[in-house]
Ligand binder design. Structure first.
Ligand code: NDP
Length: 462
């Protein structure tokens, strides 16, 4: 039996790689993990975590406004961008340290280097210019914002990566895209006082989400003052002498802004990884092709997380990593389960969702009962804020199973986590009805919608 330097070599220190490396090392496996940039990956360093901190920062102006109805007078307020960036960076550095120490404490060898594949069992550690061998190799190199080199003036654009470290906050910004990142950043920038325009090529933002959520959020964002231009893409970007950018749109309009951010999807990090040499197959978007157990076309090489372009979410990468450890090191072959993934868009108001949208359910089920409530949440009564909350349950009429649950409004992300349990457990509308309400709360609406608002039969609303 050949002797390898390690039982597992992990390439990439993000959510998926760190979890797999830590678990395997804690089992006594000989593990090495290489990261070329910072441990924590996209989520911790330039994704979910700093984004959420920015979301909190951007919510204060509305809190200040709302305070008046509750009797508070808030004096003059001032926002300091460098303070936010510095405090955010300090928190990120702390978390990065925790990730690294978690690996070290579990007994993994932590390597600060780019690593590339040289064969089914061989990895080259570039910073040390040496190769090591491992029985199994896990690729968890994640992804990066998709560039748009075909766009004239592309060099003047930024992505979410740069948005976290802008030296100064622009007075105005345009954001291209209609997905999670575009929508979340549009709300962040607007909340921080930046004049914000979202440019989306389609008809309605946030494809794949329930239409009530998409329309409701669109309306709420516009009511706040975010401009949303649909059916348009940028044709070119010109930088003026004063630094401002002129963005020519396909609808003939020219936007003049301080910054232009692209949020048009993410691309798997597979270039220069030695995949071809090792015989690891990639797909059309450059993603690593894996089977149901996250195994690549090379028997000893596995891949998890965004680099496989399955579902680009941190908890999914972590789940895939845990399934990988079960499969390879615990003798318990486990397929990642992608059914009913609860998720949130940290827009303002938030969207929290799990399961099927109405449209998707209508394509798969003969008859649906839709329970829908739209109301002004109690917290907006004294504040006078006009924003409305939307809650929706999509129920299979035949089995009474709740197929999807969708919330637009304050704390929707937190609700989605709990709704996720109910939908994952395949609970029925009767289980929801039998659940006592928590009163007074907004979430109680989810268990007190007794009569269907309407039905959908063979795809038609009746
Ligand atoms: P998404 O895939 O969500 O959205 C990409 C958007 O860009 C779509 O609206 C798409 O339009 C549009 N687009 C694609 N190509 C072009 C183009 N050439 N020109 C103009 N528009 C284009 O990607 P994001 O970048 O927003 O996010 C990446 C992933 O990160 C998400 O899939 C999500 O899983 C994850 N994420 C999750 C978050 C969360 O859980 N809260 C937060 C942030 C990111 P169309 O709809 O027409 O295809």
């Amino acid at each position: 039996m050949p002797d390898f330097d390690y039982d597992l070599f992990v390439i990439g220190g993000g959510s998926g790689g760190v979890r797999a490396g830590r678990l395997a090392a804690a089992m006594g496996k000989r593990v090495a993990i290489a990261e070329e940039y910072r441990f924590g990956g996209t989520c911790v360093i330039r994704g979910c975590v700093p984004k959420k901190l920015f979301v909190y920062a951007s919510q204060f102006p509305e809190h200040f406004e709302d305070a008046a109805g509750y009797g508070w007078s808030v004096g003059e307020t001032r926002f300091d961008w460098p303070t936010l960036v510095a405090n955010k960076d300090r928190e990120i550095a702390r978390l990065e340290g925790l990730y690294r120490r978690g690996l070290e404490n579990a007994g993994a060898t932590v390597l600060q280097s780019r690593a590339v594949l040289e064969g089914p069992h061989t990895v080259r550690i570039l910073a040390q210019d040496r190769t090591v061998t491992a029985r199994h190799i896990l690729i968890a190199t994640g992804g990066r914002p998709s560039p748009h080199p075909a766009l004239p003036g592309f060099e003047h654009t930024i992505t979410s990566n740069e948005a976290f470290h802008l030296e100064t906050l622009p007075r105005s910004i345009a954001i291209a895209g209609g997905g999670y990142i575009a929508v979340e950043f549009a709300n962040i920038f607007h909340g921080l006082g930046v004049e914000t325009t979202l440019v989306y090529r389609g008809k309605e933002i946030l494809g794949r989400f329930d239409m009530d959520m998409r329309r409701g959020l669109h309306a709420a964002m516009e009511a706040k003052g975010i401009r949303i231009v649909t059916h348009a893409i940028a044709h070119g970007v010109d930088k003026r002498e004063d630094g401002r950018l002129d963005i020519a749109l396909s609808n003939g309009e020219t936007l003049s802004v301080g910054a232009f951010m692209l949020a048009i999807g993410r691309t798997p990090n597979t270039e220069g990884l030695g995949l071809e040499a090792a015989g690891v197959e990639t797909g059309p978007a450059g993603e690593i092709v894996v089977d149901d157990f996250s195994r690549t076309s090379v028997e000893t090489v596995y891949a998890v997380g965004d680099v496989t372009n399955r579902v680009q979410l941190t908890p999914v990468a972590i789940h895939e990593a845990m399934c990988f450890v079960d499969t390879v090191f615990r003798g318990k072959p486990t397929k990642p389960d992608f059914d009913a993934i609860a998720t949130a868009v940290f827009s303002q108001p938030e969207i929290g969702t799990v399961g099927l949208s109405e449209d998707e359910a209508a394509r798969r089920f003969e008859e649906l009962e839709i329970f829908r409530a739209e109301f002004r949440p109690m917290r907006h009564t004294l504040s006078g804020r006009q924003e409305r909350m939307v809650m929706k349950l999509v129920v299979d009429a035949a089995s009474r199973r709740v197929l999807g649950a969708h919330v637009l409004g304050p704390d929707a992300g937190e609700m989605a986590q709990l709704l996720g349990i109910a939908v994952k457990a395949r609970l029925t509308k009767d289980d929801f009805d039998a659940t006592m309400a928590v009163h007074p709360s907004a979430a109680e609406e989810l268990v007190t919608m007794y009569q269907p608002t309407y039905r959908v039969r063979n795809g038609e609303r009746v």
